[in-house]
Design a protein around this ligand. Structure first.
Ligand code: DGJ
Length: 723
């Protein structure tokens, strides 16, 4: 619900549990008056008393007598060079060569529903009653640059999305040097900043640090959102825990260079801006042209980090993931990569499929190595035609389907090998800048998908495969970061538009793919989880979480990923790695989109029996895990010895609890407290006659002292409400 109080000049944006209040101050300056737990009040102007100038703070001359200064005010969309010295949301270079920017209120519009963002992924609604949208138009009186701030307020979850549409209404060209998607100014610094850092095989590691005066935050300049930092951050009130305290969650629906920058100033106030990274970004706006930023997602919870995560999970499950596989049960897969790497042929894969069928697996994915002359990673990216020396794809696909399995294939569409027919024919199609030899990573270059002709070629090649063979699933990989980032088609003036144009090119390709093949199950991947972001989730309902399939190391990765991404999106497979037994490998992989990453023909009889049991459990718990609520009961960043999580059905009639002993610690008594149950209901522990109230399970806990007491052990407890 969005209200505008004309008399007070205040916008009130309400989700079921939160309020976001924006005020129009004198001289058309837009202020952020409040964001947090839902308020009944409209008049929050008394909160502006502290917005007085400090010494040295510049003032708008009209406002000078009142002592107001943008230097200390909570600005809704702060501009560069007009006296607010904190990190700005926007800076536009004008015809005079300076970047002083000033945006003043002009008008507003409130309507039901949520508009699409052209060419960009975004949260959506299926009918207009699910959400209201507010557009506030600001204008720079000198340049006539307008910024339309677009807020969508959801009615079924505590989510507010924001983005900005710029239009150059002036008569002179402008250059956007900085164009953030959102800004939030909070009136204190009593928060910890939580972010997710990582690297290949160690994605999304949890890090929490108290805010300090000055700048802090995360960014990527790698061309993709990256393994190194995720476009997610949270501000947790000092002392907030998994279950208690106020937490703000921030996530950018974008897969390229981003920044989430926090600044604590002398107030002390905290500013958080999020958007496309300001480094290497410069966008030309000719008169009449427009530019739309990616969408930022804002969540507030007064129920700790767990509360924040569950809001993200439901919002993404219902308003971000799309298409046939949004709610339809996904097939349980086996992937050839760790089983065979490049060493396979038609018969070997048919043998995999035959054995997989016997185990109950539903989809065979043929990974890297089926095209061009690709027998190792030095060659052939870009040559997306079948390597007939190695493979009879028609016979393979038919055999797999005859067995009753689905068939999946691997592509890496944004890459090109120097040793490929495509590169030899079009050397200028690789991402490069004049005068510099492009760097190699994994022996490959990046192909310039900012170009339409390149996209047409790549999509044409993909179509030639998908139109001629019955392909049910596609894994889309991306195995290097961008360097010497430029396009042969962009002149010097537009060179710094490249990074964003590249991301738009990727989105266009994935859009073409999902529109042309609506039944295809798409799984994104980037050397594991190097592009695990909401932008990618708009196109693919699942993403390969990490190349690290060690179940113990996976715990930290999956716990971190779960801060904002739901279980139904996390590719999680059992592999042959022998750090723990198969039971724990299965229990950890069950958290995500379950599958296998091993040679099924090499399993002994006992392991095959375990796999069959896991397959049965996958079916049994599918709905609970994919639609239930996740509770992180013991997090690995809090406890190095053991961790635990649970899924609770939305009707609170069922919960599946998993506990993993990472490193055994002698402990005489260990009561695991559950969460999310109905305290009034009575629950029976499966396989026993033990019955407990929800209250007891949550407040006193269940005794697990002797149930998982060796390194790598794990257990599952399944409770069902009775009566
Ligand atoms: C990286 C992916 O994460 C792996 O699963 C596999 O697909 C390889 N690329 C293939 O090159």
């Amino acid at each position: 619900m969005i209200l505008f109080d004309e008399a007070k000049q205040v916008f009130h944006l309400n989700t079921p549990g939160t309020s976001y209040v924006i005020g129009i101050h004198d001289e058309g300056l837009l202020l952020n008056l409040y964001y947090g737990k839902r308020l009944p009040d409209h008049d929050l102007w008394h909160l502006s008393r502290r917005m007085r100038c400090a010494s040295f703070s510049p003032c708008d001359p009209v406002l000078a007598p009142t002592g107001f200064s943008v230097d200390v005010a909570p600005m809704e969309y702060p501009t560069n060079g007009r006296g607010d010295f904190r990190v700005s949301a926007v800076a536009a270079k004008n015809r005079d060569g300076n970047t002083v920017t000033d945006l003043r209120y002009q008008s507003y519009r409130i309507f039901a529903g949520k508009p699409d963002l052209p060419g960009l992924p975004h949260l959506y609604v299926t009918n207009d009653a699910q959400c209201d949208t507010l557009e506030i138009t600001l204008c720079d009186p000198y340049t006539n640059l307008t910024a339309v701030l677009v807020y969508s307020v959801f009615k079924d979850c505590d989510v507010i999305t924001k983005y900005v549409r710029f239009v150059n209404h002036g008569t002179h060209p402008l250059k956007l040097c900085r164009a953030m998607s959102s800004c939030l100014d909070l009136p204190s610094m009593d928060y910890d900043l939580i972010t997710l850092y990582g690297r290949h095989v160690k994605e999304r590691q949890f890090v929490r640090r108290p805010l300090a005066h000055g700048l802090q935050g995360v960014r990527s300049v790698r061309g993709s959102s990256s393994h190194a930092q995720n476009p997610f951050a949270a501000l947790a009130q000092t002392g907030a825990t998994e279950t208690t305290g106020n937490v703000y969650g921030f996530n950018l629906v974008y897969s390229g260079n981003f920044e989430i920058t926090g600044e604590v100033d002398f107030g002390p106030t905290t500013r958080m801006v999020m958007g496309i990274c300001g480094t290497d970004f410069l966008w030309n706006l000719q008169p009449g042209e427009s530019f739309t930023t990616p969408e930022a997602v804002h969540v507030f919870s007064d129920r700790g980090l767990g509360g924040m995560s569950r809001i993200f999970h439901r919002a993404y499950s219902d308003h971000l993931i799309r298409g046939r596989w949004q709610y339809e049960k996904r097939p349980l897969l086996i992937n050839s990569w760790e089983a065979a790497y490049f060493d396979f042929d038609t018969d070997k894969l048919i043998a995999f499929a035959r054995q997989a069928k016997e185990l109950g697996i539903e989809l065979l994915v043929m990974d890297d190595g089926w095209f061009g002359k690709r027998n190792d990673d030095t060659t052939s990216l870009g040559d997306w035609f079948i390597n007939t020396d190695k493979l009879d794809l028609g016979r393979l696909v038919d055999a797999v389907h005859e067995l009753g399995l689905k068939f999946g294939i691997w592509f890496e569409p944004e890459m090109i090998s120097p040793d490929s027919d495509l590169y030899r024919a079009h050397p200028d199609w690789c991402v490069h800048v004049p005068g510099r030899v492009p760097s190699l990573a994994r022996q490959q270059y990046v192909i310039d998908v900012s170009r339409e002709d390149v996209r047409d070629n790549i999509f044409g090649q993909i179509r030639a495969i998908l139109d001629n063979y019955e392909i049910d699933y596609l894994k889309w990989d991306f195995n290097r970061n961008l360097s010497e980032a430029g396009s042969a088609l962009l002149d010097a003036d537009r060179a710094q538009e490249f990074f964003h144009r590249f991301v738009l090119g990727t989105y266009d390709l994935q859009n073409r793919l999902t529109n042309t093949y609506p039944d295809l199950l798409l799984e994104n991947c980037s050397g594991g989880g190097g592009r695990f972001d909401p932008g990618m989730l708009y196109y693919s309902p699942q993403i390969w979480t990490s190349d690290n399939t060690d179940p113990i190391e996976r715990l930290m990765i999956q716990f971190g990923t779960s801060l904002c991404y739901p279980a139904s999106t996390m590719g999680a497979h059992v592999s042959a790695c022998d750090r723990t037994g198969y039971e724990t490998k299965g229990n950890v992989a069950l958290w995500g989109t379950f599958g296998y990453e091993l040679d099924p023909c090499k399993l002994d009889e006992q392991t095959k029996a375990t796999v069959k049991q896991q397959v049965a459990e996958y079916h049994r718990y599918y709905d609970l895990i994919h639609t239930g609520d996740l509770y992180r009961l013991i997090c690995p960043w809090d406890n190095p010895f053991c961790c635990a999580w649970s899924f609770v059905s939305r009707d609170q009639n069922e919960t599946l609890v998993t506990l993993v002993c990472m490193r055994h610690e002698e402990q005489v008594l260990f009561h695991l407290k559950l969460q999310g149950l109905d305290p009034e209901k009575r629950y029976q522990l499966e396989g026993t006659d033990e019955i407990y109230s929800g209250a007891l399970l949550m407040y006193a806990g269940v005794d697990v002292s002797e149930r998982a007491d060796r390194d790598g052990d794990s257990l599952k407890l399944h409770f069902t409400a009775i009566g």
